[in-house]
Structure formats: C-alpha cells, structure tokens
Design a protein around this ligand. Structure first.
Ligand code: D5M
Ligand code: FE
Ligand code: ZN
Length: 466
C-alpha cells in the first residue's frame, strides 16, 4: 500500500495538489496504477485534484471503484443496471410488476375489490365500490360514451363512462396499459361497470419537494445531435462561453440524442456533416472537454444514440464513452440522479410521440402537458407496443417512483415546462435547427435553449443562445 506522503509526492511531481480525501481513498484502493490514471484523466486545468473529479474516472476493464461524490449521485440507472431480457416470462413479470406497484399507489388511498369477486355474486350490485385495473383498450360508443376494458389479475370487465357524468374528461384520457382505480357501480345484470370517477396513481397532493440546503445551480439541455448538418455550432459556442462566465453552475444534465447517429432514418446520410459514429462521439467529447472542467456532466442516451432503442436504454458503451472527458457521468435512459439531494428524473421522452395521439387536446408545441400526464400516471411510457420500444424486464423501470423534484425530458425539440403538485417538468429543447423531416411534419423546434435550475429554490430560468 502507498503511504500518504508518497501519494502527495507523486501528485506534486506532476505539478498538482491533491485533496486529503482523495489521498485517503487512494490508500484504500491498493491499486498501484491508480495515481497515474488519475493524473492522466483529471481535467487539465485542475490545480487541486478533488474528490469531485474522481467518480467518473472510468474503471479500466479491471473494475476500479469510484469514490462517492458528495453532490452528484446516480440513484437509479448507473451503467449496467438494465437487465438483458425478453422472454414471455419477463413480459408477464413486467406487467405484473407495473400493476402491483401502480395499483398499490391507488390502493393506499381507497378500499378496492378484485374484479372477479365483484362479478361473482349479486351482493355488490347497486353498491358503490372501486376496482383497480390496467386499461386494455377503450372506444367511444355510437352515443358518445366511453367504453373501457379494465383488467386486474382476477378478471376483465367493461367499464362504461357516461358522457354526461363529471369525470368523463378523465375517462377520455385513459390510455392503453395505464393502471387506474375506477369508482362506480356494477350493472344489475353484472355485465358492465358504470364508472364514475377515475383514480390515478398520481403525485400525492401534499408532495413537498426537497430543496438543497447549499447553493447550487444545474443546467439542463437535450438533443444536441452532433454530426447533423442542422446542429448549431455557433449557438453551442455562445452557450459554452456563458457556462464559463457563470461559475456557480455546477452541473450539466444532457437528456439524450447526444449525436445524430447513423442510419436512424431513411436518407439521413445526406444530412450528416460527420458520417462516422466514432467521430460523432469524438466531436461531442471535444465539445464537452471545452466546457469548464468544474462541471459535473450527466450524459444519458436517446433514440439517436448508439445503444439499443428499447427502454430502459443502457448507458453509452465504453468504446464511445471513452471519448468523453472524465467529469462526465454516463447513465441509462431513464435514470434518477441526485444533485445535492434534489432528485432529477432524466428521460429522453420518446413516449411523448405515443401520448400525443392518445390524449385529446395535447400537442407537440406544449410538451409540458405531456410531462404532467406522465406524473399523474406515475409512468414515463404508459402505453406499451407503440413507437416507444420497451424492454419487458422483471421490474418496470419506467415507473415514476419515487416522485422526483424534477422531471427532465427532451426528444420533441421544443422547450416546455410544467409544475404539478410540487414537481417541476422541464423539456429542454434542442441544439439542432428544423430538419427536413420536421418541416414535413410541421414540427417547429426551439433550438439553442438551456434551462437553469436553482437547487435551493427549484426556480427555473430559460436561456436562448440562438
Ligand atoms: O425526434 C425529433 C422530433 O421529431 C420529435 O418531435 C419526434 C419527431 N419524430 C422523430 N421521428 C419521427 C417519426 N418517425 N414520425 C413522426 N415524428 C417523428 P428525434 O428523436 O430527434 O428524431
Ligand atoms: Fe432528438
Ligand atoms: Zn429523440
């Protein structure tokens, strides 16, 4: 084992100072190559090597451990936590887990009964009760009422929502595979359940977000799309300068679509300035290295990135992560990170494409509303089997549990916000101007945006670098 004095000496020899915490940690590791690796990977402009610089000193393949950073913590979604999956068995487990956990949130508030027990005897007819189930599907009847099929582990039932009853608008917003409670009455012949009220898992009414006791500021962005001919380098440079001028900003969170990728859509090759995937990440890495080295940067993938599309998406593999500076923490999509105790749920946001056609009145131009719909359902991607591929693992990693302070999404390239029962939703926009495809789809992006978050107050401020 290296002695402390020797460790300090080796840093001094390299014209660096080292924090005592780091020295203590190095002593414990009994890893002779560690000092050299830290010296090699530490930010060039760092005079004092602090513990904050160590967590992302990536394990070389022999698996060096990290020193926990007191400020940034990956609670869920550290690299390697998404299982390898996809047997029938997992699909069954996946939906059971989704039902049990989301149903449990409703069950904790109301007394409910299994569908099978309800229809078996005539005892419960004409008596108000609550059932909890997963929406199989729904349709509007010829008279304009809403008929929804609801399933729990014991049975299936048709639930009819009368268009003239108060909660009809909520019934219209039931989407396939979400888990809800429905309060109502069984029909006399037991064939139907008359739904009166929709009870969603929801954020508790009294939800009180955690606030950091110390000052701190994070910046949230998304959809950088490096390598695309519509990526905006000058705007990015202005952003980089601004980060340099505002040294109270300690964190930068990036919610996916880091690069434009290769072969993501037909004809993409004609719209790329960098047509090699390694080169795209190398360029992205250079851009991050040019940012102030004090920043702790959290890097999550999106559907344009090089990892599998099925969510949860794994973190960037080492081959590509190796291009990123050591102050980057690579994570999965989704992931839950804590910044001084303020929990940010990062999710690229692909399910927004699925939710918009399912939810009347929603639009790409107001992504905040879709984040609110996710929070009410306590789920990031409520409907299975649409445009958002979901890897059906034994546990449903797309549940929103615990309730975070902040939900950070991207994907739609339009900045938007919500504030729902104490939770702040931030859709961060993009660094790419309108693509030919988006023009065709009539999607008007809000490029070159960054959103700042005050960790003491959760105050949000938007900046435009275009
Ligand atoms: O997604 C950027 C935006 O383009 C986002 O609003 C979704 C939309 N988009 C992407 N692909 C499609 C398809 N195939 N149909 C309709 N809309 C789409 P990005 O992930 O950056 O490509
Ligand atoms: Fe994107
Ligand atoms: Zn995307």
């Amino acid at each position: 084992m290296l002695e402390s004095a020797e460790i300090v000496q080796r840093f001094l020899a390299a014209k660096r100072q080292v924090h005592p915490e780091v020295v203590a940690w190095i002593r414990e590791q009994s890893d002779p190559g560690l000092v050299d690796r830290i010296l090699r990977e530490a930010p060039e402009d760092a005079v004092v090597i602090s513990s904050a610089m160590i967590p992302s000193i990536r394990p070389e393949r022999d698996g060096v451990r990290f020193l926990a950073d007191p400020h940034l913590e990956v609670i869920v979604g550290a690299p390697g936590s998404s299982d390898v999956i996809s047997s029938i068995q997992d699909y069954v487990h996946y939906f059971r887990d989704r039902y049990t956990r989301l149903g449990g949130l409703v069950r904790s508030r109301v007394h409910s009964m299994p569908i099978e027990a309800l229809v078996r005897t005539s005892r419960y007819r004409q008596q108000e009760c609550t059932i909890i189930g997963m929406v199989v599907d729904g349709r509007t009847t010829s008279k304009g009422h809403r008929l929804v099929q609801l399933e729990d582990p014991t049975g299936v039932i048709q639930v009819l929502f009368n268009k003239n009853r108060p909660d009809f608008d909520q019934a219209e917003r039931l989407v396939p595979d979400e888990v809800v409670g429905v309060r109502g009455k069984l029909a006399d012949d037991g064939s139907l359940f008359y739904g009166e009220q929709v009870l969603r898992p929801d954020v508790p009414v009294g939800n009180a977000p955690f606030l950091s006791k110390e000052a701190g500021r994070a910046v949230l962005i998304s959809d950088v799309h490096v390598g695309s001919d519509t990526f905006l380098p000058e705007a990015w440079d202005r952003f980089a300068d601004w980060l340099g001028e505002n040294d109270e900003i300690g964190y930068l969170l990036i919610a996916g679509d880091l690069v434009d990728g290769i072969g993501i859509y037909p004809g993409q090759e004609k719209e790329l300035t960098i047509s090699n995937i390694d080169e795209q990440y190398a360029e992205f890495g250079r851009m991050l290295r040019d940012l102030p080295s004090r920043l702790r940067i959290v890097v999550a993938p999106g559907n344009h990135d090089v990892v599998r599309g099925a969510e949860p998406q794994p973190a960037l593999p080492e081959r590509f992560a190796a291009h990123l500076p050591t102050n980057c923490t690579i994570v999965e999509n989704p992931c839950l990170v804590s910044l001084q105790g303020v929990r940010v749920l990062m999710y690229h946001g692909r399910s927004i494409d699925d939710l918009i056609p399912l939810l009347p009145g929603t639009t790409y131009s107001r992504p905040g509303e879709l984040m609110e719909e996710m929070l009410k359902r306590r789920h990031l991607a409520p409907s299975y089997g649409r445009r958002t591929p979901i890897a059906a693992a034994r546990t449903d990693r797309l549940l929103i549990d615990p309730v975070p302070e902040v939900l950070h999404t991207g994907h739609v390239h339009i900045m938007g916000f919500c504030q729902y029962r104490g939770v702040i939703g931030i859709n961060a926009g993009t660094w790419q101007s309108q693509t030919a495809f988006q023009k065709q789809m009539n999607i008007n992006p809000t490029p070159a945006r960054a959103v700042s978050l005050d960790l003491q107050t959760l105050a949000v401020e938007a900046f435009d670098f275009s």
